[in-house]
Write a protein that binds this ligand. Structure first.
Ligand code: HEC
Length: 143
């Protein structure tokens, strides 16, 4: 009986997991990874752990992009605004690279200033595009 319950539970998990994750943009998990890196950097700034700042900033700078099919869907939805979306994304890459460079020089003031610039790029895309994309792809409103 116990064995049956375990098998049943496993089958249930196997069925439910893809259903739940279906329809979620890959972008969302990329975003959550970026967010965790940013949190790690805040911690590293407070500990003056330049190595960790540099490592995490480089990962943000080289962050992966959603699969081609998803990018086409998002950019197609944004139409004429697609280049703006891309250029804000480019600025995250560029600012994060600068952050890594200042961390390498162990310049804490520069690190704080450049961290602020990365954060600003994150927020400028969110304020301009996030809720519209969430509404379109999840058919729900946020905020
Ligand atoms: C070019 C646009 C753009 C940039 C730049 C951007 N984001 Fe996002 N972000 C989005 C969009 C669109 C969503 C909604 C994704 C979704 O819900 O599928 C989002 C969602 C999020 C979320 C919420 C995820 C969730 O589980 O609901 C977090 C956290 C986040 N971003 C963090 C960041 C951080 C940190 C940065 C900067 C390092 C950043 N974002 C830069 C567009 C952007």
């Amino acid at each position: 009986m116990k064995g049956f319950k375990i098998v049943f539970l496993c089958v249930l998990i196997l069925i439910v997991t893809p259903v739940l994750s279906y329809g979620e943009l890959q972008l969302k998990s990329i975003m959550n990874d970026l967010n965790n890196r940013m949190k790690t950097i805040v911690d590293a700034i407070n500990r003056e752990d330049f190595k960790s700042i540099e490592e995490n900033a480089r990962i943000i700078a080289d962050h992966e992009r959603p699969p081609m099919e998803e990018r086409v869907k998002i950019l197609g939805f944004l139409k004429r605004e697609a280049p703006d979306f891309k250029s804000i994304d480019d600025s995250v890459h560029a600012r994060a690279k600068e952050l890594a460079e200042t961390a390498k020089k162990k310049d804490i003031e520069g690190v704080v200033a450049n961290f602020g610039k990365v954060q600003k790029s994150c927020v400028s895309c969110h304020t301009r595009f996030k809720s519209r994309i969430v509404e379109e792809f999840y058919k729900t409103e946020i905020n």
